[in-house]
Design a protein around this ligand. Structure first.
Ligand SMILES: C[S@@+](CC[C@H](N)C(=O)[O-])C[C@H]1O[C@@H](n2cnc3c(N)ncnc32)[C@H](O)[C@@H]1O
Length: 204
């Protein structure tokens, strides 16, 4: 079904080399400004993501206003993950080499993915895996802004505007088949700074 929805080349990247090289050096930076970070935390708090939570494409910060009961991080850089004070545990995993998640079925209440969905070359498979590891009723919350590492982002993302990106993430949820109604939109107030968009849905 994904081939019918996403045109040829949609998931190509200008740098198709293994992600392990690109993410080898730790980047102890924030990828969005403080206002956008606050919007991420406010959404997580509003949705009550406070149980067993998976942070997908995690780094050294997870943006929760308060740490969930158990936060598990999956990302590419061991030093960044080890420095994340909210993580109870972490795993280094290249989801573009293997989109499966090394977790049991229904082991998490909720999952998040912040400013990273545009780097996944098989997001539909990853979203399907997130559905598998979520308990029924669990939310998967995907947030993004308008900047990225362009050589590592998929072409379909780079070609879209913000509204188009909301539709792209919506399509990842729908095509994966594991989620119910998709919600989302702009979460930052009008004004200067990085916009923060969110798209989320509940596991069936
Ligand atoms: C822009 S950073 C965002 C980090 C963090 N989520 C945040 O909000 O600051 C992109 C993240 O995506 C992760 N990532 C990129 N490609 C990945 C891949 N192939 N598999 C797993 N994680 C990946 C990297 O580890 C990196 O931490």
């Amino acid at each position: 079904m994904a081939d019918d929805v996403f045109p040829p080349g949609f998931f190509d990247r200008s740098d198709p080399s293994p992600d392990t090289a690109f993410y080898a050096p730790p980047r102890f930076v924030t990828h969005i400004d403080d206002r956008a970070i606050a919007a991420v935390g406010a959404l997580y708090a509003e949705l009550g993501l406070d149980g067993d939570v998976l942070d997908l494409c995690a780094s050294w910060v997870s943006h929760f206003t308060a740490a969930p009961r158990r936060l598990v991080g999956l990302g590419m850089n061991a030093d960044e993950l080890a420095a994340n004070p909210m993580l109870a545990s972490h795993v280094v995993r290249d989801l573009n080499a293997d989109p499966t998640l090394p977790f049991d079925d229904a082991g998490f209440d909720d999952a998040v993915c912040c400013v990273s969905v545009d780097y996944l070359v098989d997001p539909v498979a990853v979203f399907g895996e997130v559905a598998r590891v979520l308990r029924p009723g669990g939310r998967f919350v995907v947030t993004f802004s308008n900047r990225c590492f362009p050589t590592k982002a998929i072409r379909g993302w780079l070609a879209a505007d913000d509204e188009g990106r909301l539709q792209i993430v919506n399509a990842f949820f729908v095509v994966s088949g594991g989620f119910g109604q998709v919600r989302g939109g702009l979460r930052t107030p009008p004004g200067r700074g990085d916009p923060l968009y969110a798209v989320w849905a509940t596991r069936r």
